[in-house]
Ligand binder design. Structure first.
Ligand code: GTP
Length: 412
């Protein structure tokens, strides 16, 4: 294996490079060694990481951008170039068009979208290197039951951030729109003031697709927003389904927004979501609702003490805010930046992002494999027949699955 370049090296550790690369004449002590190699034949980039735990190989990039570019027609290439340059110059129209492209289910458009994404990723890597390896944007997930005040909060919070010279993008994940035909997020006029702000970009939820599809495009939309210079990316979801679990796997910090109501009114909220929250904000702590908000805050503070510790440096916080009056919003941002800084300096943020990349990869594989399986010639025609036999009870589901899987494997 050709190992062309040494990227990182941290001193202070007892670890001999000679152990792993006998042909290399190494300096004696290194803590962490990271070597990247690009093997064009294999079409992927490999990163070798040595630590005191041994040597491991990580797959980093699918394909170098210029290898894919060759496959595009001149017209498609011009489209990629136009979107890319518009995007990195911060044109909102190009960002919107790029997100529409990644949301497309048409195979040619999907291919063009992947080329664009690769270009954006390369740009992203360069920018991160210039930023001393620190992430360019803070990715925040926001979830809460309908009526908790998410739009009111985003409007108030977003305006505060743009006034502080941040560029904010808001992405909505709402797979309910694909199943129920109506969108909980995005349909009505929400965040009217923020949507007029030149330093904010609001993307309503895509109106079709499975949860897997919507989350894939949301992950890609996050990258595009970051490429467009947005340094705060808010991903909003309704906390009554599965989407919030998917969102928690895309962001640096996960926030749960709750109204000052207990028990019955929060039935839809799953316990699991509370466990994922890095910060719980009890909204509407104004007027007559201050007292119930205090009570709910105390309840959550004690409940969260019992939860499993997920970070070495951060204990989830419970705060009271009012999105209507703006009270507590600035303090909440202070807590959020405290979280980001602690996670960054401890290395947990980077580790979390790496893990998320892996989850993302497996989600994509799962989704694509199933699609590939269902449409494969060896099984496509057999599926209706076997399904029907399973429905009539003349064939067990296990045996039907075995038959289909065998037909698929034999054809490989
Ligand atoms: N008193 C008070 N009311 C609030 C506050 N924030 C939101 N509301 C009200 O709560 C209602 C719901 O607010 P939204 O912002 O639409 O809530 P949402 O979570 O976005 O709701 P969905 O769009 O249905 O998911 C509205 O009538 C708001 O005016 C607050 O801080 N205090």
């Amino acid at each position: 294996m050709k190992i062309p370049s040494l990227l990182l090296r941290f001193p202070h550790c007892s670890f001999s490079r000679r152990t792993y690369f006998p042909n290399f004449h190494f300096a004696s002590r290194v803590d962490f060694l990271c070597i990247e190699s690009l093997t064009p034949a294999q079409h992927y980039q490999t990163k070798w990481i040595c630590s005191s735990n041994g040597l491991r190989r990580e797959l980093c990039q699918q394909v170098a951008p210029d290898q894919q570019v060759e496959e595009l027609s001149d017209r498609e290439q011009r489209l990629v170039d136009r979107l890319y340059s518009g995007l990195i110059q911060g044109h909102r129209a190009c960002l919107a068009e790029s997100i529409t492209l990644v949301e497309s289910t048409q195979s040619r458009k999907k291919k063009i979208a992947q080329v664009l994404l690769q270009k954006v990723l390369s740009y992203h890597r360069e920018q991160e290197k210039l930023n001393q390896g620190k992430p360019l944007a803070f990715r925040v997930g926001l979830s809460g039951p309908p009526g908790a005040g998410k739009s009111t909060f985003i409007e108030c919070f977003g305006k505060m951030l743009t006034e502080r010279k941040y560029k904010v993008s808001v992405l909505a994940v709402d797979p309910s729109s694909s199943t129920s035909g109506g969108s909980l997020l995005g349909d009505k006029t929400r965040m009217t003031e923020l949507s007029r702000d030149m330093n904010a970009y609001i993307r309503p939820s895509p109106t079709r697709g499975t949860l897997g599809g919507v989350t894939r495009t949301t992950n890609e939309a996050i990258l595009l927003c970051e490429g467009g210079g947005y340094n705060i990316v808010l991903v909003e979801t309704v906390g009554v389904g599965q989407s919030e679990f998917a969102v928690a796997d895309m962001v640096d910090m996960f926030i749960l927004l709750l109204p000052p109501a207990g028990g019955d009114e929060l039935q839809g909220i799953k316990r699991g979501i509370i466990e994922m929250a890095d910060l719980v904000a009890i909204n509407k702590a104004d007027g007559d609702l201050v007292v119930p908000a205090r009570r709910i805050q105390a309840e959550y503070v004690s409940a969260m003490k019992l939860l499993r510790k997920r970070s070495k440096v951060w204990r989830p916080k419970v705060m009271r805010i009012s999105a209507k009056t703006g009270e507590g919003i600035s303090d909440m941002w202070d807590k959020m930046t405290e979280f980001r800084d602690l996670m960054l300096t401890s290395g947990e943020l980077i580790a979390k992002r790496r893990k998320q990349q892996k989850v993302w990869m497996w989600n994509l594989i799962q989704e694509n494999m199933l699609e590939h399986f269902r449409s494969h010639l060896a099984v496509k025609d057999k599926i209706p027949l076997l399904e029907e036999k399973v429905l009539r009870g003349v064939l067990s589901p296990g045996l039907a699955a075995d038959l289909l899987l065998k037909a698929f494997k034999d054809s490989l």
